[in-house]
Design a binder for this molecule. Structure first.
Ligand code: AMP
Length: 197
């Protein structure tokens, strides 16, 4: 199962992604986590990415694509994966499509986790991450609206988009997600004419 999670910062993508990965036995790939690990390890990519992250801006596509391309080759991605926080721009989405088409492994579903902006601000202000101060939060929400929201239309046109109400308890939201993903597990029904007698 190959799934993309889209949602603004503070929508609860990380929490839900971890639950989804566990239930469906797929890898949880968070580009934010990968970048923070690179930053903490003080690699060249990490240092470069930090300049954008600490300003609430998106890291340039070429850096992100290199990281994701490499990560998708790992063994644990063979059973499927959930992309959390990627793609975030149209260029990233197109590059991902091309990559997956080339491998013959297209996406199965794109989930949008939708939460009203006032609620996002409230949640992010209480989180205490270094990019969670009010000015940076505002910039991250702007980046989402301007650069990531156009992906909703992109995936809607491809018939992949499902919107999930992101308000409620962790359990309630996870239940809504399962209602979308569980049917993807069912094996295709045999045509009646193919049923052996
Ligand atoms: P996240 O943990 O997903 O909220 O990501 C934290 C920060 O990492 C973002 O504010 C961006 O600066 C950067 N980032 C993560 N994923 C991407 C991506 N797909 N494209 C560009 N920047 C990203």
């Amino acid at each position: 199962m190959r799934v993309v999670f889209i949602g603004p910062p503070g929508a609860g993508k990380g929490t839900q992604a971890a639950l989804v990965a566990q239930r469906y036995g797929i890898a949880h790939l968070s580009t934010g986590d990968m970048l923070r690990a690179a930053r903490d390890a003080k690699t060249e990519i990490g240092k470069l990415a930090d300049q954008y992250m600490s300003a609430g801006q998106l890291v340039p596509d070429d850096i992100i694509l290199k990281i994701v391309q490499q990560r998708l080759q790992a063994d644990d991605c063979r059973a499927g994966y959930l992309l959390d926080g990627f793609p975030r721009t149209l260029a990233q989405a197109e590059a991902l499509d091309a990559m997956l088409a080339h491998q013959g492994t297209p996406l199965d579903s794109v989930l949008e986790l939708r939460v009203p902006e006032e609620e996002l601000f409230r949640r992010l202000s209480g989180r205490g991450r270094s990019d969670d101060n009010p000015q940076v939060i505002r910039q991250r929400l702007v980046a989402y609206r301007q650069q990531t929201e156009p992906l909703l239309d992109y995936y809607h046109r491809r018939g992949l988009l499902k919107t999930i109400d992101g308000l409620g308890s962790v359990e309630e939201i996870f239940h809504r997600i399962q209602q979308v993903l569980d049917p993807l597990l069912e094996p295709p029904r045999q045509q009646s004419s193919e049923v052996p007698r």
